[in-house]
Design a protein around this ligand. Structure first.
Ligand SMILES: [Zn+2]
Length: 337
């Protein structure tokens, strides 16, 4: 038996012939297994979706209750039989509800990690190593130059700026699923107790995180009638990246533009976005997390996907680890990191 008998790349996404399902398909399919709620992995229109409870809830929040014909909850760690394939979901540490999907059939186990990170994140369950014959890793930050700093230190830099410029509203761009809630939690953990203002586009997801037991502290809307003149000087205001392209930023007092993303490690990207304060906070593994994970799991073979495959392939070759690129299309490196 070849591994491709169990999982094979197709234009719609990774396909499992014996189970007749796709993992994170980018086009509508009869049966989809979804790792997490980010829009390049979780799409509407599938016949049936199997995902964790949180991912199903998040898909419904973002795409409407009718996002799929049928839905089935995957309980982390439990095995579901699909056409003789033993399927199980395991935490990926990426965002709330994110999971690796492991498939076992005729003595072969392949685990598709989806997006994952190893750094601590109090807003989701930590990555769980699953011993596998084949491990499918992402490589979004698969270059040695990418080393994410401690996220607490980045949160403190935001508070330091707030102390230094108390007359300026601090507008922080953060993706609406995962990054915004993690940044809020980080700010709480480094001692920021004041209300944090959030753009309307973030409120439903923040409410959902709170409903799942993640304490985000006091949140307030970023739009309050009569506050226009004051413009939230000295406050932290979170908005989705799209808001920064619109007239939204003009309503604030002498705004200081910050952005929280792993890409902020690249100065040109920060400049492009007009970012004054670049916060390097990522929900993806950096180079050291990627290589440490491959060392720890030591799979017989590694398949590398969406990102910078070449450097990680080279590292695997030097380490005498079997690896190959898995050319999957449709996953955007910056859509929602
Ligand atoms: Zn993601």
């Amino acid at each position: 038996m070849r591994p491709s008998d169990l999982l094979v790349p197709r234009p719609e996404g990774l396909y499992c012939p014996p189970g007749d399902f796709h993992i994170d398909p980018v086009r509508p399919v009869p049966r989809a297994l979804v790792t997490h709620g980010h829009s390049d992995h979780a799409r509407a229109g599938h016949g049936a979706v199997l995902a964790t409870r949180e991912t199903l809830d998040i898909m419904a929040i973002r795409m409407g209750e009718d996002f799929a014909g049928a839905r089935q909850e995957a309980v982390p760690g439990a095995v579901v039989d699909i056409g003789g394939v033993a399927v199980s979901f395991h935490p990926a540490g990426h965002v709330l509800g994110s999971a690796q999907i492991s498939v076992a059939w005729r003595g072969l186990r392949i685990t598709a990690a989806g997006d994952y990170k190893r750094a601590a994140d109090p807003t989701c369950a930590p990555f769980e190593p699953v011993p596998s014959d084949i491990f499918i890793t992402e490589a979004t930050f698969g270059l040695p130059v990418f080393r994410h700093p401690p996220p607490e230190a980045e949160a403190r830099r935001l508070l330091d700026s707030l102390a230094l410029f108390p007359d300026r509203a601090h507008l922080v761009g953060a993706y609406s699923l995962g990054k915004a809630q993690r940044l809020i939690r980080l700010l709480r953990d480094v001692g920021h107790d004041a209300p944090i203002r959030i753009h309307g586009a973030l409120s439903r997801m923040c409410d959902y995180y709170v409903s799942r037991g993640i304490d985000l502290g006091p949140l307030a809307p970023a739009t309050v009638a009569g506050q226009r003149g004051r413009g939230f000087a000295g406050e932290i205001v979170l908005g989705p990246p799209s808001a920064f392209a619109a007239t939204w930023v003009r309503r604030f007092a002498d705004p200081l533009i910050a952005f929280a993303s792993g890409w902020m490690r690249v100065r040109a990207r920060a400049r492009q976005r007009g970012v004054e304060l670049a916060l390097v906070i990522s929900d993806h593994s950096d180079w050291s997390e990627l290589t440490a994970t491959l060392t720890e799991l030591s799979p017989a073979e590694t398949w590398i996907t969406h990102g910078r495959e070449e450097a990680l392939l080279r590292w695997c070759a030097l380490e005498r680890r079997a690896a190959r690129p898995l050319h999957l299309v449709g996953y955007e490196d910056e859509a929602e990191d």
